[in-house]
Each structure stands twice: as structure tokens, then as C-alpha cells.
Design a protein around this ligand. Structure first.
Ligand SMILES: *Cc1c(COP(=O)(O)O)cnc(C)c1O
Length: 426
């Protein structure tokens, strides 16, 4: 980790050219890497030496970008994945296997909910979902002997619930397991979960990190703080020999790098959800302006939220940075500088009014995306959650009338004017 401030890290971290080398991080558009001797290549395959040999495992462009995100989060080691979904999958499956269990905060991104509630269940890993606002007793009661990790989102998409990271970290550590936090919406500009006790951070880099809606991607960052050896019986994948690498033990050979090395050398080798170097290059350009864009997103979102709150046709507005929001206090504690550019609201006219209003928006586009430079909007009940009935929607924390509004970095007055004219037509 460098000593620079976060703005400087956004620009400088991850890649430092030597004399005469390209100033800008190059795209290593090569699947493979050349060696002088067969023996040296063999040592790479045994993890006896570090180096590149095949892009499915590692690529210099990807590694530079992972190192930048790692530095922004204040972590020890990081890796890129092909998507945020792959990051969520690998982060858990790197330490859980058939017969294991995880505890999750129930306010989650829909894709993550499906992954943990249904898909990994078919692989033998069960999840218990807890209300993120539960008491410590209720949280502790969710743990089982086979629990291997706790998972939550800093700011849940789309529920905008702010996770009490310290409460979740305390419970995880009391049960000898790590806390994994999806920090996609907050970004390390607004919150660095490791500073509050989280052990591993995941990202959908598709959102603010890329910031321009050009490339799907993900990242996993390890703080290096969790002591796997102290709970060795729970994590045999890290603390006992891996026969596919001639019996190396990750914790013994790689110390604080054990978790990311295993995820790369084993899961990436076998499952192959790599980010393309081309996408990593685009992601890196996005990261260079993350510290400029995120505050503007937050500032604009707060202006739009305040406008909506006072509008006669609006029933309710959620924006954790706005006074009076149920998560205002938690947001002030964990993200005093701002939360994110996404807000949600409901109209007095309910679901029908929501659909009608959205059709009248001109600047804000209806897209299946959030958190990029352009203002966009989605009605989860009609789109991402359309297979659910109203009852199921409420249980998932998504009211049928909820509009998810992702405020971009255009001029806030233009965004508000667009909302105003659309509301005038319902
Ligand atoms: C979008 C999103 C994901 C999934 O990421 P993809 O890059 O779309 O696979 C995971 N978590 C959160 C909070 C997200 O917003």
C-alpha cells in the first residue's frame, strides 16, 4: 500500500513504468508468455516461482488494475474477475465447499441473492439470510458449526440499506469466520470496509469504477488480516495440502497472500472467469477519475432527492445521505463524505404512475444498469424482479412502486427539470 492520498492512488497506483517504458498501462493482448527454458516454465506451474504463463491465470494488465483497486481499498492482495457475479461466487467458494454454510444480510443485489439462495445451494452450500438491522443476538443465532463466511453490501442495491459493518464484523470474528463486503455502491472513495473490520471486499467494477458503462467486470480484494491458521479446521482448502500443486499449503507458502493466491491458482485455473485485458484497460481509465466522479454523483443525487421529497406527487424517497432517511445515522458513521448516486422513490399513484412517469423521461434513460456517468432509471417490479408478485417483492425489500434512479454527473438542474416535466405528465 502506498502512502499517497486516495485521489493520487486513483491515478498512480498499480503501474509504475521503468525507464523508456510506456507511460500508460499497456494492454497485454496475449494469451501466453515466452520462457527460455522448459524447467522455468515448470516452476511456474508448481507455484515455485511467480510469473506469467497463461492469461486465464494472470495477465500483467489485469494485475496492475487489481493492484490499483487493492491500494484504493487498503488491502493486501487483489484479483480481477469477469464480472461482479464471478467475484461474489469466487469470494465464497474459495473458502466454502459442499456441506458448508454462509450468513448473508438479506438486503442484496438480486443477482447475488439468486447466486447464494439457489445456485450455490445446488453445489451444497446453504445460506441463511438475516435482516441487516437485526440485533446482535439475532445475528449470532444465524451461525452454525459449518458457517464459513458472512456477506453483506455496504449500501444494498436497490434497497439502499446501509450495512452496520462493525456489527457484522464482530459477529463474524466471534465465530471464527471472515466478513466479506460488496463495496460496489460506496466505492473506496466513500467507504473502505477494511477500516471497520471487514476481511475481504468484492466489487462489481461494472458500476462506478468503470463509470462509463463500457465493460462488465469484478474484483476481489483481501485485507490479509484474517488469520486462517487460527481457525485451520474450518478452512482446510487454505491450511492443508493442495494435491493439484504437489501438496503446497497456501497459508504456509503465501502467508497473507494465501486467499487470493488460492482463488487465482485454483478457482481461476479451473473455472476461468477472467476479465479480458482490454476491459481491464478501460476499467483503469475509469478508475483514474473515480475520485472526481463519485462526489459529483453523490452531490447530484442529494439535490434530486431533496427535490423529490418536496414534490406533491411523490410518496417517499430513499437517499441514505439525506436527513430523515432511516439509514442516515449509519451513513454518517461509515460514509460521512457521501453514499452513492443511486436513490429510490415511490409515487403516490403507485406502480402504474411509476411506469407512466418513466416513459416520459427524456434525459434519464430506461436501462438495466446503475452507477454510470449518464442518469438512468429502472423499475425493478417491471424489469429485474418482474417474475415476482407484489407479496414476494415486499419480502425482497422492493416495493412494487419503487423506482431506482441512478443519478449521473450531468448538471443537476437538467436532471431535475427532466424529472419535473415527467412528473407533470402523470
Ligand atoms: C451489479 C452488481 C453486482 C453484479 O455485478 P455484475 O458486474 O453485473 O456481474 C453485484 N453486486 C452489486 C451491489 C451490484 O450492483
Amino acid at each position: 500500500m502506498s502512502d499517497y492520498r486516495i485521489e493520487t492512488k486513483c491515478i498512480q497506483s498499480g503501474y509504475t513504468p521503468k525507464n523508456g517504458e510506456p507511460r500508460v498501462l499497456p494492454i497485454y493482448q496475449s494469451t501466453t508468455f515466452k520462457y527460455e527454458t522448459s524447467e522455468q516454465m515448470g516452476r511456474l506451474f508448481d507455484l515455485e516461482e511467480s510469473g506469467y504463463f497463461y492469461t486465464r491465470l494472470q495477465n500483467p494488465t489485469n494485475d496492475a488494475v487489481a493492484a490499483k483497486i487493492c491500494d484504493l481499498e487498503g488491502g493486501y492482495a487483489g484479483m480481477l474477475t469477469s464480472s461482479g457475479q464471478a467475484a461474489s461466487f469466487y469470494a465464497v467458494m474459495n473458502i466454502a465447499q459442499q456441506g458448508d454454510h454462509i450468513v448473508c444480510a438479506s438486503a442484496l443485489y438480486g443477482g447475488t441473492y439468486n447466486l447464494y439462495a439457489h445456485t450455490i445451494k445446488k453445489m451444497g452450500v446453504e445460506a441463511t439470510f438475516v435482516d441487516p438491522d437485526c440485533t446482535e443476538e439475532e445475528l449470532n443465532a444465524a451461525f452454525q458449526d459449518n458457517t464459513k463466511a458472512v456477506f453483506g453490501e455496504t449500501i444494498a442495491n436497490p434497497a439502499l440499506v446501509v450495512l452496520d459493518i462493525e456489527k457484522f464484523a464482530k459477529a463474524a470474528h466471534a465465530h471464527g469466520v471472515p466478513l466479506i463486503v460488496d463495496n460496489t455502491f460506496a466505492t473506496p472513495i466513500n467507504c473502505r470496509p477494511f477500516e471497520w473490520g471487514a476481511d475481504i471486499v468484492t466489487h462489481s467494477t461494472t458500476k462506478y469504477m468503470d463509470g462509463h458503462a463500457t465493460c462488465v467486470g469484478g474484483a476481489i480484494i483481501d485485507s490479509g488480516n484474517f488469520d486462517w491458521e487460527a481457525h485451520a479446521e474450518k478452512f482446510p482448502g487454505l491450511t492443508t495440502p493442495d494435491e493439484t500443486y504437489h501438496g503446497i499449503v497456501y497459508t504456509q507458502k503465501f502467508g497473507k497472500g494465501a486467499y487470493i493466491t488460492k482463488a487465482t491458482a485454483q478457482l481461476m485455473r479451473d473455472l476461468g472467469s477472467i476479465q479480458s485485458p482490454q476491459n481491464a484497460f478501460l476499467l483503469n481509465i475509469g478508475l483514474e477519475t473515480l475520485h472526481l466522479r463519485v462526489p459529483r454523483h453523490c452531490e447530484n443525487a442529494l439535490k434530486v432527492a431533496r427535490y423529490l421529497k418536496d414534490h406533491e406527487k411523490v410518496d417517499w424517497v430513499h437517499c441514505p445521505s439525506m436527513e430523515g432517511d432511516p439509514y442516515y445515522e449509519l451513513a454518517q458513521k461509515y460514509m460521512p463524505g457521501g453514499t452513492c448516486g443511486v436513490l429510490t422513490f415511490g409515487l403516490k399513484g403507485g406502480r402504474a404512475a411509476a411506469e407512466k412517469m418513466m416513459d416520459h423521461l427524456k434525459l434519464a434513460a430506461i436501462v438495466t444498469h446503475v452507477a454510470d456517468a449518464r442518469t438512468c432509471v429502472l423499475h425493478p417490479a417491471s424489469h429485474t424482479h418482474r417474475q415476482m408478485n407484489d407479496q414476494e417483492l415486499r419480502e425482497a425489500g422492493v416495493q412494487p412502486e419503487l423506482i431506482r434512479f441512478s443519478v449521473g454527473i450531468e448538471n443537476a438542474e437538467d436532471i431535475i427539470a427532466d424529472v419535473e416535466q415527467a412528473l407533470a405528465q402523470i
